[in-house]
Ligand binder design. Structure first.
Ligand code: DQA
Length: 148
């Protein structure tokens, strides 16, 4: 059973970009954490990052073709702009959790609205990279994947 962990634009710079906001952990750290968290529920985390909106949409479509059982997505700034990502998530009907590393609600107002949130069954923000673990745990509960 595979889940996709999708990270959007600029998340390849985790650990380098604005560490006061996003912390010092890298994307590689996130992906390691996700693999370990998923394994606790007998799931395999397939982690992808792209700076391109179209490529992220392609991964979401591919998730359906590959019978992926859930998606964790940090859409980065596309969360706040992309109706296309919203439509892709709604279109594939795969249970999806939105994650943001930072607490978007304590930041600029342009980060307070998310199109992805409307398509996801749950959203998490402000837990740093721990949010990915929480998202996988919540996703596992949602799809009935039990801890092993
Ligand atoms: C982010 C929050 C977004 O507003 C921002 O554009 C990002 C990262 C987060 O993980 O906190 O790129 O998604």
């Amino acid at each position: 059973n595979t889940i996709y962990v999708l990270n959007g634009p600029n998340l390849n710079l985790l650990g380098i970009r604005e560490p006061e906001t996003y912390g010092h952990a890298t994307l590689a750290d996130v992906e390691k954490l996700c693999a370990a968290a998923a394994a606790q529920y007998g799931l395999t985390a397939d982690c992808r990052q792209s700076n391109s909106e179209g490529e992220l949409i392609g991964y979401i479509h591919q998730a359906r073709e590959k019978h992926v059982v859930g998606i964790v997505i940090n859409g980065g700034a596309y969360s706040h702009t992309s109706i296309a990502l919203h439509d892709a998530i709604v279109g594939v009907r795969i249970p999806t959790v939105e994650v943001h590393v930072s607490n978007v609600y304590t930041r600029e107002s342009f980060r307070h609205h998310s199109f992805i949130a409307k398509a996801a069954f749950a959203s998490l923000c402000g837990f740093g990279i721990e949010g990915y673990r929480l998202a996988i745990s919540g996703l596992a509960a949602k799809i009935g994947a039990n801890a092993i």
